[in-house]
Design a protein around this ligand. Sequence first.
Ligand code: SDX
Length: 375
Amino acid sequence: MTDPEIHKGLAGVVVDTTTISSVNPQTNSLLYRGYPVQELAAQCSFEEVAWLLWHGELPTAEELEVFEKLERGLRRLDDRTRRALDDIPASAHPMDALRTAVSQLGGLDPTLEQENGILDPELNLGRAVYLFAQLPTIVAYIQRRRRGLDVLEPRDDLDYARNFLWLTFGEVPDDVVVDAFRVSLVLYAEHSFNASTFTARVIASTLSDVYSAVTGAIGALKGPLHGGANEAVMHAFDEIGSADRAEAWLDDALAQKSKIMGFGHRVYKNGDSRVPTMRASLEGLVEHYDRQDMLDLYDALENAMGERKNIKPNLDYPSGPAYNLMGFDTETFTPLFAAARVTGWTAHVFEQYAANSLIRPLSQYTGPAERHLTR
Ligand code: SDX
């Protein structure tokens, strides 16, 4: 019998179909329900993109009005969620705090226990909107608690992006900052079967609930090979310090066989389609905050990496310095990614429920041949 072909990391393996997004390395493009992500980032609110991912079409004006009103009314934290967050040491990584907070939200949802409560499409859409509305309040709560600041209450007079920034910083910044933040959320929202989304699909494929799927996805996203890379990019920038030290730092890192965070991608091999859009937002922030030094360092490291490894940046590379300039703590960067990606995760969970097929691949056994106890 010939050995089966092993596909480590499922690299290049197509395991199912999806109608949610199309990642095209050949054309270096990304479509959300058929729309180029660049057009959505330029013309749509994050609320509209969330609706598109869940429903397959952009909302009408009436649908958007109803959705915005619903979302704004779901932003406040339940006291039990506050207590759960307060019980976590402020020194804990924000992704651990976020994962815990989302997990306990499942325990607060009595409708899970009703008949068909886990799979009911209407209940699940309501849960997706609830998670969409809650994550900014949770992420901001965690950052302010780590900084020893009073937590703030959500403002229902502000749109999603402005409320997120208000909750985090206690003010609404200039439009150039708000727009860069909104663009980052749109770009981070969805990316087909990436590791955290596929984790969510595996959990949903067992017919477990959406809170469990999102909790698992947060765990996967935390890893530096995936969502944790945007935080790691900023740590690298802090370590390098200035553009003139980028080459030496990179040579040292490569000599130690380190993976350079923010570079490379399992699917895009000629550059991540989202990078030019996020870099343009970064340039706007650099001008706004008069931080040309940040862009000089960004370019120096990218050029050095291109010369040495010919590996191009992924979305985490421009988003890290962008979030730094916006004022977010570095450890808050990946929770921002999670708050955006919860839209894609939940859309995929619902698609997996509809597919109704358990995800269970095979493995090839290479351990000891059969043997028996001789006690
Ligand atoms: C995200 O999947 C998605 O869509 C994810 C994401 C999304 O929106 O959900 O796009 C978000 O996770 C982006 C990726 C963020 N991660 C990082 O920036 C971490 C650093 N990147 C690498 O770890 C790596 O590029 C991966 C994990 C992202 C992809 O790696 P692959 O496709 O598995 O390729 P590989 O690790 O097998 O590398 C192939 C070669 C190797 O060299 P050799 O051992 O063959 O000599 O390229 C080298 C690697 O060492 N390489 C790198 C590198 N990336 C690849 N070398 C140094 N630094 C890197 N970043």
